[in-house]
Design a binder for this molecule. Structure first.
Ligand SMILES: [Cu+2]
Length: 153
């Protein structure tokens, strides 16, 4: 009698927390949450574009973004902007560390996903499926809205 009451007393708050967990994410797995993702709209003649997002690591363990795939591009690379003298240049990276409990920003002028050899035109307002791959966490399948330059911050 006493034991079952204690079990209930323990389980109920846990359920309460789970059910009331605020859903502020676009998509999340248990460890990694992706917020505010966008793909830059480009002119039809352009064959590359970039994707931006916030990657939040809810676990206490470091993880690594190690790649991405999307049906609209032949290749998807992780890039960063590096300063070489007066010039900003894009450099390919094999991975991006996502420290435990922290958020890493992929944004204009910094880290981003480069979508190379686009297979078709993309337009503001449409939504593109994209898979993110991590070293530890499961792959995350997200749908990213295409936005014109002025709508991406
Ligand atoms: Cu790039």
């Amino acid at each position: 009698m006493k034991k079952s009451y204690l079990q209930f007393a323990f389980i109920f708050p846990v359920l309460f927390i789970l059910l009331n967990c605020p859903d502020k994410s676009d998509i999340s797995s248990s460890r990694i949450q992706i917020n505010r993702a966008s793909i830059l709209e480009v002119a039809p003649v352009q064959t590359t574009t970039a994707a931006f997002m916030e990657i939040e690591n809810h676990s206490s363990d470091e993880d690594f973004l190690i790649g991405a795939e999307t049906e609209i591009a032949e290749v998807c690379e992780i890039h960063e902007m590096v300063n070489e003298g007066e010039m900003m240049r894009m450099k390919k990276r094999d991975s991006v560390a996502i420290p435990g409990g922290e958020t890493v920003l992929l944004r204009r002028g910094g880290l981003h996903l480069m979508l190379i050899d686009l297979k078709r035109e993309i337009h503001d307002g449409e939504v593109i499926p994209l898979k993110l791959k991590f070293k530890n966490a499961e792959d995350i399948q997200i749908k990213i809205p295409v936005k014109s330059f002025d709508k991406i911050n």
